[in-house]
Design a protein around this ligand. Structure first.
Ligand code: PMP
Length: 434
């Protein structure tokens, strides 16, 4: 029967469908790290709903919170009305945010998706500054609606000035690390300060503290602080897109905590809804120059998502899961790096916490772009993903050339599961290389 489901989906759904192509499975049950397919096979899910499932699938505290709302007969949808469920969510969320930020912040419920909150952030800073330009980075991903898409890497939009992201590995400038960070900062200053640069007056700068879809590129902490100085001294609001990095994933509850940077706007979604759709922006109250009704949206009041989100945030906070993600992630990065000795196709292993990327290259081909690095190998990457699937491991591919194997396991991952993930990936690499 599941083959019929796959066949009908292939016939009926858009040609744009993505995961369904590379991961032809039909999930029917799931718990924690594990997904069970209709064919009875079990998979370790390191995609986690594109990083949404901080606590894995169907965590008991999330299910309990959802059931509680259903049992009390509370309305499931309340637009932007005040409710006890929403009050609990906002209180818990503000308790997790950096003090300096939360003490003087406002929240706008957007939604239901991350891209909606990105649009709201752009609209907010444009309204507050009266300017329209945006500063965004190479390798960025902010969503699929027109504004968010325009700010994503590869897109062209007259109002968006593209700046080099320092860790955008194999970036067009062929630079990374400290040197990349310095060049990026100098580039940014010259673009902003040169009247001939043609940069439209910026309403804001948007940064992912670790680029996810762009291929797991962590922003160096010093560079984050530099960007904060550059924007603050020119009164340009800084927007931190923590849609993917938030809720403990990178080893801090919010990834901006690593650098200590206090942004003006934070864009939050994915894990804050505990696997249900929820997206908000939280921002410095001085930016709150909107008129009533200036920003709206029907699906701002999903009570199940708020309850699931409250339970998730509280569970991560009470159980120190951010810290755990940091420790476990560092261990996984170290074991993945030991694989490079046997697998010359591993061009790079990078990440922060449980946001991990393994970049695959073709060591036999001549270097490209004047650097000394082997070129990315998209064919091998697809083969590795398929070999992983054969071994019961679900991974996603990301990065400029789709050559970065991405691991986004839940923060509840056990030591044994972490070892199993690395072992299966190592087996898959060996099989695909042949
Ligand atoms: N920002 C970042 C950093 C993301 O990773 C994503 C989704 N991958 C988005 C925004 C867009 O979120 P959504 O897909 O929910 O619109």
């Amino acid at each position: 029967a599941y083959e019929g489901i796959l066949r009908r989906q292939a016939m009926r759904e858009s040609a744009a469908r993505t995961y369904a192509r590379s991961l032809p499975i039909v999930p029917v049950r799931a718990r924690g790290l594990t997904i069970e397919g209709a064919d009875g096979r079990r998979y370790l899910d390191c995609l986690s709903g594109a990083g949404t499932l901080a606590l894995g699938h169907n965590h008991p505290v999330v299910l309990e919170a959802i059931k509680k709302v259903l049992d009390t007969g509370a309305p499931l949808h309340v637009l932007d009305l005040a409710t006890p469920v929403k009050d609990a969510f906002t209180t818990e969320l503000f308790a997790t945010l950096p003090r300096e930020f939360a003490d003087n912040a406002r929240i706008q419920f957007c939604g239901p998706a991350g891209t909606d909150a990105v649009e709201a952030a752009f609209k907010l800073v444009r309204a507050a500054t009266g300017r329209s330009g945006l500063l965004a980075f190479t390798g960025a991903y902010h969503g699929m609606t027109s504004g968010a898409l325009a700010a994503s890497g590869g897109a062209e939009d007259v109002r968006v000035t593209r700046l080099p992201f320092p860790q955008d590995y194999r970036c067009p400038f062929g630079i990374g690390g400290d040197r990349g960070a310095q060049i990026s900062a100098r580039w940014t200053e010259s673009v902003l300060d040169d009247p001939k640069s043609g940069t439209p007056a910026p309403a804001g700068m948007i940064i992912e503290p670790v680029q996810g879809e762009g291929g797991v590129n962590p922003a160096p902490d010093g560079w984050m602080r530099r960007m904060r100085e550059i924007t603050a001294s020119r009164s340009i609001p800084l927007i931190a897109d923590e849609v993917q990095t938030g809720v403990g994933r990178t080893g801090a509850f919010w990834a901006v905590e690593h650098s200590g940077v206090v942004p003006d706007v934070m864009v939050l979604s994915k894990a804050i809804g505990g696997s249900l759709p929820l997206a908000v922006i939280v921002y410095r109250s001085e930016l709150d120059t909107w008129q009533p009704g200036a920003h709206a949206g029907t699906f701002r009041g999903n009570q199940l998502a708020m309850a699931a989100g409250t339970a998730t945030l509280a569970h991560v906070r009470e159980n120190g899961l951010a810290e755990r993600a940091g420790i476990l992630g560092a261990r996984m990065l170290a074991s993945l790096r030991t694989l490079t000795a046997d697998h010359p196709c591993i061009g790079d292993v990078r990440g922060r916490g449980l946001m991990i990327g393994v970049e695959l290259v073709d060591p036999e081909s001549p270097p490209v772009g004047g650097g000394n690095e082997a070129p990315p190998d998209p064919v091998l990457a697809v083969a590795v993903q398929q070999e992983c699937l054969r071994r019961g491991l679900i991974v996603e591919l990301g990065g400029r050339h789709s050559t970065v194997v991405r691991l986004l396991p839940p923060l509840t991952l056990t030591d044994e599961q972490a070892t199993a993930v690395v072992d299966r990936l190592a087996d898959a690499l060996a099989a695909a290389e042949r």
